[in-house]
Design a protein around this ligand. Structure first.
Ligand code: MLT
Length: 306
């Protein structure tokens, strides 16, 4: 019998894959503290998480029976991969299932920033009819700079072209030929920073990308640039972003993620030119079903030797 602990909310459509297997038992226990997880993990063969649960070295070292960690989503920055590897534990993610949702959320953030929709909405909810306060800007003919042209960055590029934006992208794996095929411009990071009216990041969080958008990067940007982060907190230096917003260098920022989550009281949220959502990029019915099904299939196959 294999025992699986589900430590974050995972869609039932995915869990059905496991429920149907008579050699598997599921325990759903979401919202455990790190200490509680450390105390409970020893008896489980598999652990399923989204991004909330931090699977640290000390948890992994207590996980004497653990064979696999399934991450229902893309980013594995909440899992100590070195510790997992040293302890012979496989880590699987679901890299495809939430691509569309993340790209759609990014476009929604770009439009919200440009047309001040969240601010105008909350004005109306407070019984204020303030048309002149919420004059926006069009995105047509503006340049969108994409840092990281993987699955999500690529989908954002196609959607931005649909909005008649010019797109310039930087990615260490992007070639001029591929950019040409996609109808976008290929650039180094500095080119993206220099030319873009909107900059959206779509890289994973790794030591190479931590604070990639720093004081120095903001210095290289156009005045009045808009910044979007629906990828991972930590890619943008939050202090540098705050200062750039306060000085007016950055006209507005749309944030779905911050370094410390959950975030409720961050000083960035106090600025009226910041729109924010609580890490909702992949939170659609479709994406959650897709990633849960993918990761549960992989976990089942690994445990049962399929
Ligand atoms: C991901 O990495 O897949 C997303 O951030 C979604 C999530 O954490 O749930």
């Amino acid at each position: 019998m294999f025992h699986i602990l589900i430590a974050d909310p995972i869609s039932d459509e995915g869990l059905d894959v496991l429920v149907d297997n008579e050699n598997i038992t599921l325990t759903k226990d979401t919202g455990l503290t790190p200490e509680e997880l450390e105390n409970r993990i020893a008896t489980f063969d598999a652990l399923l998480v989204r991004s909330q649960t931090k699977v640290t070295r000390s948890i992994i070292e207590k996980a004497k029976n653990l064979k696999i960690i399934g991450r229902a989503g893309v980013g594995v920055d909440n899992i100590d991969l070195d510790a997992a590897t040293e302890n012979g534990i496989i880590v699987v993610n679901a890299p495809n299932g939430n691509t569309n949702s993340a790209a759609e959320h990014t476009m929604a953030m770009i439009m919200s920033l440009s047309r001040k929709i969240p601010q105008a909405h909350s004005g109306l909810k407070n019984h204020k009819w303030e048309r002149s306060k919420y004059v926006g800007v069009e995105v047509k003919n503006k340049t969108l700079g994409i840092v990281g042209l993987g699955r999500i960055g690529t989908e954002v590029a196609y959607r931005a072209k649909g909005q008649r934006m010019n797109v310039i992208a930087y990615d260490p794996f992007l070639t001029e030929e591929k950019a040409e095929k996609m109808g976008i411009e290929y650039g180094e990071l500095e080119d993206v920073l220099n030319k873009a009216d909107y900059i959206t990041v779509h890289t994973p969080l790794m030591k190479e990308t931590r604070h990639m958008i720093s004081v120095d990067a903001f210095r290289q940007m156009k005045d009045g640039v808009h910044i979007i982060n629906c990828a991972r907190g930590g890619i943008i230096d939050e202090e540098a972003l705050y200062d750039a917003l306060v000085s007016g260098k950055v006209a507005g920022a749309a944030i779905d993620v911050l370094e410390e989550e959950p975030f409720q009281d961050h000083k960035l949220l106090e600025l009226s030119q910041v729109v924010a959502t609580p890490h909702l990029g992949a939170s659609t019915v479709e994406a959650q079903e897709n990633v849960a099904i993918d990761v549960c299939h992989d976990v089942q196959k690994h445990l049962t030797g399929d």
